[in-house]
Design a protein around this ligand. Structure first.
Ligand code: ADP
Ligand code: MG
Length: 714
């Protein structure tokens, strides 16, 4: 073992503590490798140690602390249960008390008779005698005494088999006493400005608080720290990008006026603002990196189309990346519809097909061409706007002069998309998303991007009525569906993935099912639903089925039928749904509502209410539970409201984002606090403006680099 002086934050746990192989794997499960990881493994809650009492005043059932001397203590095995334990007697000036440590026989070796200590634990009863159970203890010097006010709170940690809170408390106490001076990465001016405790004090306070207020202050510091580091990383990324060259695309005001004149409706104020943001970015000599957030149906595609038209008119090509083939085709159709009056040449490229508009034969229609022809036409600039799936960022696809790239339904452009630069010049990037995320999260995780929000829906849409349907109301709901279809409406039915228990090896061995199996389970549940609806419930209605296992052409023909009104009901799996636009659809039925996240349910709901019919969203539940969560879906009008709800009301650890965003529970707490996020952002901007390399703050620079690495592997 190294000398204690060598312990620092990066020291491996095994070099400080003796750990068994089981403990090592338990630590790994908790993500703990170094002293830093242990010290940053924060308590999930605290337990009060109760007041300081004398033995004769103890009452059964209470949690209390006593100062007492060990009279006798022995390890033994309970003869019935065979449980190992340590058992003995404690004594103070008022009396004696039995004490027992279940499953901790080793305590008998640590507390010799005559040891004076503080013991804190729950008072139980064995037959007629009181007994102190599994108490925490802290040995005291002979004349040392403590008062109730000085009693610490007991930290309770996220545990793993083999690593208990008790183990962690002892490990942390040892580290805190041996680790020496801890330099704080956060500059002292910033700590002072926001009244945040310095690192060493904060670590003591979060693990061994004297008051809960002190613990809270420490937590606040750590949540600020996490968000601050992410902000620094993102602000540096932003600065870096702002130095890269891009094309300066001038705004053609006349053209855009004509474009708006061709639309059957006026833009919403939000759309106007977003288009304005983009055009302003186009005029700069550096690549735009903008995120356009808007609920489903808020009209993002039109914003992209207006900007694309402007870019094409200035002589640039546009790439539009959509997540699925269905959506690619839908956007292709929408672009043709909106841009046909301007004689723009538009291409569609997916894994399955290539199409070009206009066709030579029929200038009002698109025609199939070969992929190699598409690639050629893209390279020589004949195709001005290319829409498609990931097929369009394959190596072979090259542009003559790509000025503007749009990525739909994805928050962030991948590295590969960025490589599509023309001769090293980055195009302007617009990323569009209907996944509502809270403002604090957007400001933090996308701190390097500029944000435009479509927070206004096109007018004339009646709000969608959402109902949570208990099993007993199913028949009545089906009757309503039938009436809606009879009066000309159309219906979506979304089926959840249903994990099949004990029907295959994976489930039996307790292993999680593979993604492929889950997808397959989803297809099966959709097929079963289709069978039930078409044979039993609505044998007289026209019902279609679409799922991920169909061939693209089969999928398209079903979708086409539904869009044309040749089907009344479309049963679908959840993978199919994003962004599909069928204005006549007025009912969204969701089976197994409790299996979906709120954001996803909200996305489904957005598939209806796009036309003029009054629309409904029926969420079926199988168990009648989860009502509070689903109730939020009923009440919230926008996805942003829902996202905020998710953030504010879910407990730490189950926050929708924690895993997805790579933010810890403590970091998520900061995201509940817009003031803190804005402060962290402002301070990060200030530091980066003073020195982009963070040279005056080497510790900070080191931590930020670690975040950069994570972020680039995202
Ligand atoms: P999103 O991609 O944001 O979900 P879309 O761009 O698909 O939404 O737009 C949904 C529908 O609303 C489309 O049919 C589109 O033509 C229409 N739309 C877009 N903007 C407006 C507007 N300002 N007024 C009325 N309808 C609009
Ligand atoms: Mg869309």
């Amino acid at each position: 073992m190294p000398t204690l002086a060598a312990v620092n934050l990066e020291t491996a746990v095994e070099q400080v503590f003796r750990v068994t192989p089981r403990q090592r794997s338990a630590l790994a499960k908790l993500g703990i490798r170094t002293a830093r990881d242990i010290l940053f493994h924060f308590p999930s809650r605290y337990e009060s140690l109760g007041g300081l009492k004398r033995i004769k005043d103890l009452r059964e059932g209470e949690t209390a602390s006593i100062i007492a001397t060990v009279v006798g203590l022995q390890a033994r095995k309970a003869w019935k249960s065979k449980m190992n334990m340590a058992e003995g007697v404690l004594q103070d000036e008022t009396g004696a008390l039995d004490v027992v440590w279940f499953r901790q026989p080793y305590v008998a070796n640590m507390l010799r008779p005559g040891t004076r200590a503080r013991f804190s634990g729950k008072v139980g009863r064995r037959k007629t005698l009181l007994v102190l159970q599994n108490p925490e203890y802290e040995p005291l010097a002979d004349d040392e005494t403590i008062t109730t006010a000085a009693l610490p709170y007991l930290a309770v940690y996220p545990e793993s088999y083999g690593i208990t809170s008790r183990w962690l408390r002892h490990a942390i106490a040892k580290l805190l006493s041996e680790i020496g001076a801890l330099a704080d990465p956060i500059p002292p001016e910033i700590l002072q400005k926001y009244h945040l405790p310095a690192l060493a004090r904060a670590l003591g306070a979060i693990h061994q608080p004297k008051t809960l207020g002190e613990a809270e202050g420490a937590r606040k510091r750590f949540s600020f720290e996490e968000i601050f580091l992410i902000q620094l990383s993102r602000q540096r990324e932003r600065l870096r990008r702002e130095k890269e060259p891009s094309f300066r695309i001038p705004t053609d005001t006349e053209l855009l006026k004509r474009f708006l004149g061709t639309l059957p409706f006026p833009l919403t104020g939000a759309q106007e603002r977003a288009i304005g943001d983009i055009l302003k970015d186009f005029e700069r000599r550096h690549p735009m990196a903008r995120l356009l957030e808007g609920d489903v149906g808020s009209g993002k595609t039109l914003v992209a189309a207006a900007a694309a038209l402007n870019a094409v008119a200035a002589g640039y090509q546009v790439a539009y990346l959509a997540p699925t083939e269905i959506l690619s085709r839908q956007h292709f159709a929408e672009f043709i519809k909106r841009l046909a009056p301007f004689k723009i040449r538009i291409g569609l490229l997916t894994g399955a097909e290539a199409k070009k508009f206009p066709s030579k034969v029929n200038p009002r229609d698109a025609t199939h061409i070969s992929k190699s022809q598409m690639i050629r036409w893209c390279r020589d600039g004949e195709i001005q706007i290319l829409i498609g799936t990931h097929a369009l960022i394959e190596e072979k696809v090259q542009f003559k002069k790509l000025g503007f790239a749009v990525v739909d339904e994805q928050h962030r452009f991948g590295v590969r998309q960025r490589q599509k630069a023309t001769k090293g010049v980055q195009p302007h990037f617009l990323s569009m998303s209907a996944t509502p995320i809270p403002r604090t999260l957007a400001l933090t995780m996308y701190g390097d991007l500029d944000l435009s929000v479509l927070d206004e829906m096109p007018p004339g849409r009646e709000p969608i009525e959402t109902r949570i349907i208990a099993p007993s109301e199913r028949d009545a709901t089906y009757a309503l569906v039938r009436r809606e279809v009879q009066s000309g409406g159309q219906v979506f039915v979304i089926c959840p993935k249903i994990e099949e228990k004990n029907t295959d090896d994976d489930a039996e061995s307790g292993k999680p099912q593979s993604q492929a199996k889950l997808d397959w389970a989803e297809v099966k549940s959709a097929k079963a639903e289709y069978k039930k609806l078409s044979e039993e419930v609505f044998p007289d209605l026209r019902i279609g089925l679409v799922h991920g296992r169909l061939k693209p052409t089969e999928k398209e023909s079903v979708m086409q039928k539904f869009r044309k009104g040749d089907l009344d009901i479309l049963v679908a799996t959840s993978v199919i749904e994003v962004g599909v636009d069928v204005p006549n659809a007025s009912i969204m039925m969701i089976e197994g509502g409790e299996r979906f996240g709120l954001a996803q349910l909200h996305q489904f709901r957005g598939r209806v209410g796009r036309g003029t019919r009054k629309s409904y969203c029926f969420v079926f539940t199988t168990n009648g539970g989860e009502t509070r969560r689903l109730e939020a879906l009923r009440k919230a009008k926008t996805g942003f409201e829902l996202a905020e709800y998710d953030l504010q009301f879910r407990g730490a650890g189950e926050l929708s984002g924690s895993k997805q965003w790579g933010v810890s529970d403590v970091g998520m707490e900061a995201l509940k606090n817009i003031k803190m996020v804005e402060a962290a952002r402002a301070e990060a901007q200030e530091l980066v403006a003073r020195d982009a390399d963070l040279a005056p703050w080497p510790l900070l620079a080191e931590r930020v680099q670690a975040i950069d690495r994570q972020y680039h592997f995202e």
